[in-house]
Write a protein that binds this ligand. Sequence first.
Ligand code: ADP
Ligand code: MG
Length: 758
Amino acid sequence: MAKELDTSIQYLSGVGPKRAALLQRELGIETLSDLIHLYPFRYIDRSGITPIAEVAPDLAHVQLQATVVRRTLYGPGSAVVSQETDPIHWGACKRLSVIVRDDSGEMEIVFFKGIRWNYQRLVPGGTFLFFGKPQAFGARINIVHPEVDAAREADAVPGTLTGVYPSTEKLKAGGITGKVMCKLQSAALALCLPEIQETLPEYVLRDRGLVSLPYALRNIHFPKDTYTLQKATYRLKFEELFLLQLSLLKQKYIRSRGERGLLMPKVGPDFHACYNALPYELTGAQQRVIKEIRSDLMSGHQMNRLLQGDVGSGKTMVAVLSCLMAIGNGFQTCIMAPTEVLAQQHYANIQKYLKPTSVSCALLTGSTPQKERRAIHAALEDGSLGIIVGTHALLEDNVVFRNLGLAVIDEQHRFGVDQRSKLWSKGPLAEGAPAPLDFASLIPPTASQRVPPIYEAMGGHGPGGQDSFGQNRIPPHVLVMTATPIPRTLAMTLYGDLDVSVIDEMPPGRKPVQTMCIGQNRRAAMYKFMREEIARGRQVFVVYPLIFESEKLDLQNLEQGYEEIVRAFPLPGYKVAIVHGQQTAEEKNFNMAAFVAGRADILVSTTVIEVGVDVPNASVMVIESAQRFGLSQLHQLRGRVGRGAEKSYCILVKDVKTSKEAQQRLDLMCATEDGFEIAEQDMKMRGPGDLEGTQQSGLPINLGLASLARDGRLLEEARRYAMQILDADPTLATPKNAPLQRELRKNKYEIKDYSKIS
Ligand code: ADP
Ligand code: MG
């Protein structure tokens, strides 16, 4: 079985060892199967012929049928080497110009390569098909390096639409042109199509009106017409998205149905006390999310929920109210933040919210003194502490809860997933826990013992499972909060195994941040503006980029920038603090705290301030070399201001060398403050691979044909359908779903690199 498909590409006629190596290096193609799964990324309509008179430089591609009038060979500096005269010194020729004519007019075709060959073939009087992109050359229009076919070959093109395959300069130099690639595909398909097995169950094809796989493959390469191409594309895209969603959702089903969760049927008096004392109304979005969390806590299954909300959307309140629900059911809770400053801030805020309640709360970080630490450990163990706020210190083995019911993780992309899973093993002992609900009925006991792949990828910790003392524990509910807006389609993929809640509404009364983009020439004006703001008692952030590859250089920039700021804002009138990654945690905390407390007017930093610090008094965010930041990072940074009562500003300072794409990003920043709109645009502009800007890049899943940016509707459709199938058959155990099991086992739809997610 599957003999041809696994055949090395080198044995395909027209390939051989040299081209095989090239295809492998440039496109990762090793077997015939790899080759036929390399799809065209666009198609060219070769059926139409454009009259020369209608050729314009803004046309994408044109096809001419024209007769050669004359040929001219040029040497260096446009000296004419030869015009239809012999003998020719080929070595001196740099350019071949061919004038061609049809009924409507004349135009020039130019070659810089393959001069001799093209000269010899394009004999005056001969008629050919020329296919290429017209370009303006001064007042004239020409076509450089068109594909040339003899006129009568036109019918030999397999379809009216010709696929254009991904290619590189090296491939073209190695002779694998677009035309050659089409020939290879045609040969490979002839060998492989008889062997291709349908991957989707028959009922799925019927339900969704999908064409068969062999038909789809044939037509994605050589479409008969746009209709068949559409059918083929739809089938292949649907399959990709569907199997991906099926794989993610299946993991989620296994967990949510299979793993017992702590049952929390009540709300409790502390929730009500806090809620009733709130100085404001919850926004509609906050209320909705709290309801979603409440229904999770009542379900008897473990909650794994991602809460997305723009900076300032009020996630903390949701976290606190969720904790109070858990506490109302007799459980403890923890809130983990990625930095000490953030943990402190949370702690201070949360204590305010807790005033009307009887809940006790403590702060545990790396710098908590031993004595205090021991008291906290004891209070966690005897259950008297309701909420513990902290940093990674919470993960240490000697932090033992009496009955941890809910773990909240703030700003999750700073935490590794294995750290998240470490929290799961801090749940209550299995004996004392409520009985599982429909656990046994859904999954056979042996299957339930297995650790779902998602946990394996997280370093082997199963949810709950054994703690470091070897005791069985039930996982707490987990709420992960992130302020990085992620487009829906991407969230459905990256967090397909989590439930996602979104706070898409800002608390009333937030002032818009005025954003502007300036060049270096307006630096003096900017400093003047900063002085005015500082004179009014405000504070200013100045942020520099720090990108891994050029870390040294960036650090230099930061230090130079700092010196310049200190010169422009000298003591004793101004105090400038600096924070960067090379400092010790202590230095960082000290400087950051100085700014938070208002002891410094300006904070110069790398992007370390990106994550949730709240300095309501800061009214200006200056972002240096703004063109180097990704959109989502710019948005995060801007979210640091506009939190207080004052009008706030974000100044994007760009360098002279700002690409068109970067300028687009900066323009978008000036145009909108909506995080989700920015995230969507970001994905469209840059592709989802680089969504996280300079911090993270690369999507852990590679899709072939479908695009998370463009195929959002289809993705949702595929996800709904996958859900429908899993509702009926959660483990895909019925015979009709066997093909799906088989496909999922191939593993290609599993997220491989979890570090890129969290
Ligand atoms: P996030 O963590 O999502 O960035 P926070 O929870 O820090 O946002 O909330 C930002 C600010 O908005 C806080 O000062 C908070 O007290 C306030 N806030 C939260 N919810 C509301 C609301 N419903 N109405 C008015 N203000 C709110
Ligand atoms: Mg926050």
